[in-house]
Design a protein around this ligand. Sequence first.
Ligand code: DC
Length: 236
Amino acid sequence: MNAGPPSVVVTIDGPAGSGKSSAADALAQRLHWQVLDTGAMYRAAGLLAIERAIDPADGASVAAALRACRIDFDWSVSPPMVRLDGRPVGEAIRSPAATAAASVVAAHPEVRACLVESQRRIAADHPRLISEGRDQGSVVFPDALVRFYLDAPVGERTRRRVRQWAAEGRTADPREVEEAIRARDLRDSERAVGPLRKPEGGVSIDTGTLDLGEVVDRLERTVRAALAEHRIVAEA
Ligand code: DC
């Protein structure tokens, strides 16, 4: 249990391909804070369902499997690597099958409740944390110091995904990628629990016309101003 002062959390929400993971990693490096990739937790839950031959649409069974299993991170590597019962699964969670399963399991309220509880526990153990995902500022940490919302036009997000896949040696049909992004956006924003939406009082950034350095400059400036305003030191 953490008995020290409350942790300082900055959240970055946004849809697939908005650049939030790269921005969160870069901001964490600049501030020397830790970064929580909550998408990796939903992906690990999707992978768990596949490995246990559980139908991802069966929320009660996925949640039961999750409660019996430990999802945590190896914080000694950068960025931290997600683990299932201590086993690193950082590569397997990026497969198309795990990606599709993650999106389905993420719609179940009981699955989200499990992972939201883990995310809040992780924050309590890390005094300075950047947490990125779809619902981090809007649901999980509504009192976060700064709640960012990153977005970009769907065409730009498609181009980024295709480039990222090409860099990983995978070919992709841009039309199929765009269709998959649109379908995921719809599922993420229409689900009843933890839907994708801009956090109240959040800071929106359109990353469509900015490069990564410019995005991170804006994030860093905003966080440092908020730290100064609340008289919080950047290092814990
Ligand atoms: O950001 P990502 O592509 O790694 O996310 C994987 C899936 O998990 C995606 O379908 C959205 C979902 N997700 C979520 O519902 N809530 C979060 N906080 C993070 C991810």
